[in-house]
Ligand binder design. Structure first.
Ligand SMILES: Nc1ncnc2c1ncn2[C@@H]1O[C@H](COP(=O)(O)OP(=O)(O)O)[C@@H](O)[C@H]1O
Ligand SMILES: [Mg+2]
Length: 372
């Protein structure tokens, strides 16, 4: 295993800079996920780590050695791609053995390494088949197996599950997670899917337009998003945003918009008081909105008109019009009978509210860190 350190790493194509000063320390054995929308520079960053793209500026270290100019084959990494990249004319066994044969490993040793990988991945019954005789999930498992047999210092994954259907993706996520326990290896995993990022990563790196937006554990990026972009990218349904004015009356700070007013708990008010009389962006996660009135003095209620309901069986998701904004509320009990056009009362715990600078989108508070 090895640590990976990126220091001010930049990628330019001609004058077009697609990755900006990336600074990232990946610990030995850590599993880090790069996540962000299509085109934000995830693959480019990963390919620079792999050595498949040159580095325009900055330094890249793998295991304390600067590898900027080290060719991919000498970096001791294994990479899994979205399109599996299996040799179509070879059997599963030969695909798994290919890298080792190339390195002139004795056939006995190859056999034992391939057996180890096939047992881990449940590939034993498929060893004599060729890739076209396998399902997408099985092909991806062979691609993973090919990495395992090499026992590299580093695993790199580029959207390995994107070609699979939703059910298989969920299953393969579990397999990759289980594999981590059995073969602990420093890993960098690229995906546009925030669920994969949250479920697989020890830490998550959220990227946008070639810039790192935030680095944190899954819970940190969920609970304390650094800015509005991270807040909307992580979590589903996405966080609701509303422009509100902060008003201080008799020492109580509230966030107000037309037909909307929620009082802030003291710890929020302490930070937000200095923004009084200013417009800020309020963020509320759909899953933190409850229907009805708060019990005791623990939350703030507001009302809205239901526009759409989505019955998912396990939960009801409601779209509401609140102060001329559409607000989504999820995890409503599926038995709740609300229908479009009804005016309903909702509430939210003031500690769950997040605030962002109206102009630059930066988080003003990180109050939910106190939520349990
Ligand atoms: N060879 C290239 N020449 C010019 N621009 C490129 C090249 N490869 C990628 N890009 C651009 O770099 C940006 C980042 O691409 P990429 O890293 O593939 O994004 P992601 O993997 O996050 O979807 C995109 O705007 C893409 O168009
Ligand atoms: Mg990509």
């Amino acid at each position: 295993m090895a640590q990976i350190v990126l220091h001010d790493v930049v990628k330019k194509y001609g004058t077009f800079q697609v990755v900006h000063e990336v600074n990232l320390n990946i610990a030995d054995g850590e599993f880090v996920v790069l996540v962000g929308p299509s085109g934000c520079g995830k693959s480019t960053t990963l390919r620079m780590i792999a050595g498949l793209e040159s580095i325009s500026a900055g330094t890249l270290r793998i295991g304390n050695k600067v590898v900027n100019d080290v060719p991919p084959k000498d970096r001791d990494i294994a990479m899994v791609f979205q399109n599996y990249a299996l040799y179509q004319h070879m059997t599963v066994f030969d695909n798994l053995a290919f890298g080792l044969r190339n390195r002139k490993v004795p056939e006995m040793e190859i056999r034992s390494e391939v057996t180890r990988a096939t047992q881990m991945l449940g590939l034993e019954p498929l060893l004599a088949r060729k890739p076209f005789q396998l399902s997408g999930g099985q092909q991806q498992r062979v691609a993973l197996g090919r990495c395992i047999v090499r026992r590299p210092q580093v695993f790199l994954f580029d959207e390995p599950l994107s070609n699979l259907d939703a059910k298989l993706r969920a299953q393969m996520r579990i397999e990759i997670k289980a594999l981590r326990e059995r073969v602990p290896t420093t890993s960098v995993y690229v995906t546009h899917d925030q669920v994969e990022a949250m479920t697989l990563g020890d830490r998550v790196v959220v990227m946008k337009d070639g810039w790192i937006q935030q680095i944190g554990t899954p819970l940190e990026v969920y609970n304390r998003p650094a800015n509005r972009f991270v807040a909307s990218f992580i979590g589903a349904p996405a966080m609701n945003f509303m422009e509100v004015e902060l008003v201080e009356e008799h020492g109580v700070v509230s966030a107000q918009a037309k037909d909307f007013k929620v009082e802030l708990p003291d710890e929020q008010a302490a930070v937000l008081r200095k923004h009084s009389a200013k417009t800020v962006t309020l963020g509320i996660r759909p899953e933190q909105i409850r229907l009805g009135m708060p019990s005791g003095n623990t939350g703030s209620s507001f009302s809205g008109v239901v526009t759409v309901t989505e019955q998912l069986g396990s939960e009801l998701v409601i779209a509401l019009n609140v102060a001329d904004s559409t607000i989504m509320a999820s995890r409503i009990s599926p038995e709740t009978g609300v229908s479009p056009h009804a005016r309903v009362q909702m509430w939210v715990d003031g500690k769950a509210l997040q605030f962002f600078d109206h102009e630059n989108g930066k988080a003003i508070t990180c109050a939910p860190c106190t939520l349990r």
